[in-house]
Ligand binder design. Structure first.
Ligand SMILES: Nc1ncnc2c1ncn2[C@@H]1O[C@H](COP(=O)(O)OP(=O)(O)OP(=O)(O)O)[C@@H](O)[C@H]1O
Length: 253
């Protein structure tokens, strides 16, 4: 299958703007079984065929519901889908799994989504270290980047988002997001053309998270203001620090 010229150009621009891949890289690709990360695996394989550089891919799924020592149903489905691209998935059983005791919080009142994502990331970092991968590719896209910005703005009181490339551990590990310039709908269209049926999330909280609320808010803004998504995304790279609240009274925050 071929990508449209526009999609191809934006993937290339994201890769280039953030120097995402280099010759000889070993890249861990984090695949959840959702459409975005499945398309990501396909895209990185497709890109390698025509790029002037070569890189190795280690595709990893953190199994949130293992059946004892064996992989769970969602992990098996994910591995089967990725096997269609001729690639094997390494299934890693989750070290930490949420125990629900109410509205998305554990017995100590901590946010389960946050803990779950943090634990999964830690496992992915460790797997990258063990397999000699210096980059981890995630399936986040432009909608995720805008919605994270809205989340941080409205719920955490800061102006930030997830960067298309983020350096960790003094540069020993980079997180990359090659789909950063694509919309979720464009990724779904690619997945549809590839005949992919994503694995349904079995997380009981997936429908009622703060992120879900940010998605609704973003959709509302886009309906009211044409071009708002493009403007918000552009604004994240066009910060006018002198027009923010920078106290100059000598007081340290
Ligand atoms: N269980 C998992 N194992 C490995 N990687 C994961 C897992 N869950 C999420 N990820 C990675 O984190 C990214 C963001 O996860 P998130 O939960 O927001 O997305 P998703 O809706 O579950 O799936 P997708 O982004 O694949 O459609 C995914 O694109 C994927 O790269």
């Amino acid at each position: 299958m071929r990508l449209s010229r526009d999609v191809n150009r934006r993937v290339g621009r994201a890769m280039h703007d953030y120097a995402m891949l280099a010759d000889g890289d070993r890249v861990l690709v984090a695949v959840s079984g959702g459409m975005d990360s499945l398309v990501l695996v396909w895209l990185l394989l497709h890109w390698r065929k025509k790029a002037p550089i070569d890189y190795a891919l280690e595709v990893v799924h953190v199994d949130m519901e293992p059946e004892g020592e064996a992989p769970g149903a969602a992990a098996i489905q994910t591995a089967d889908l990725v096997a269609r691209f001729g690639v094997q998935v390494h299934i890693v059983p989750a070290l930490w799994r949420p125990v629900l005791s109410g509205e998305g919080e554990d017995a100590r009142g901590q946010d389960l989504c946050f803990q779950c994502a943090r634990s999964r990331r830690t496992q992915l970092f460790e797997h990258a270290r063990q397999t000699g991968c210096t980059k981890i590719a995630f399936g986040h896209h432009r909608d995720d980047i805008v919605e994270t910005f809205l989340l941080n703005l409205t719920c955490a009181g800061n102006i930030s988002t997830m960067s298309p490339r983020q350096e960790l551990f003094a540069g020993r590990l980079s997180l990359i997001r090659p789909l950063a310039y694509l919309d979720k709908s464009e990724i779904a269209a690619i997945g549809g053309e590839l005949g992919l049926e994503p694995v349904r999330s079995t997380c009981p909280l997936s429908e009622r998270t703060r992120r879900g609320e940010m998605h609704q808010l973003a959709e509302h803004i886009y309906r009211q203001i044409p071009g708002a998504k493009e403007h918000i995304f552009a604004a994240l790279g066009n910060v006018r620090l002198q027009y923010l609240l920078r106290q100059t009274g000598g007081r340290r925050p």
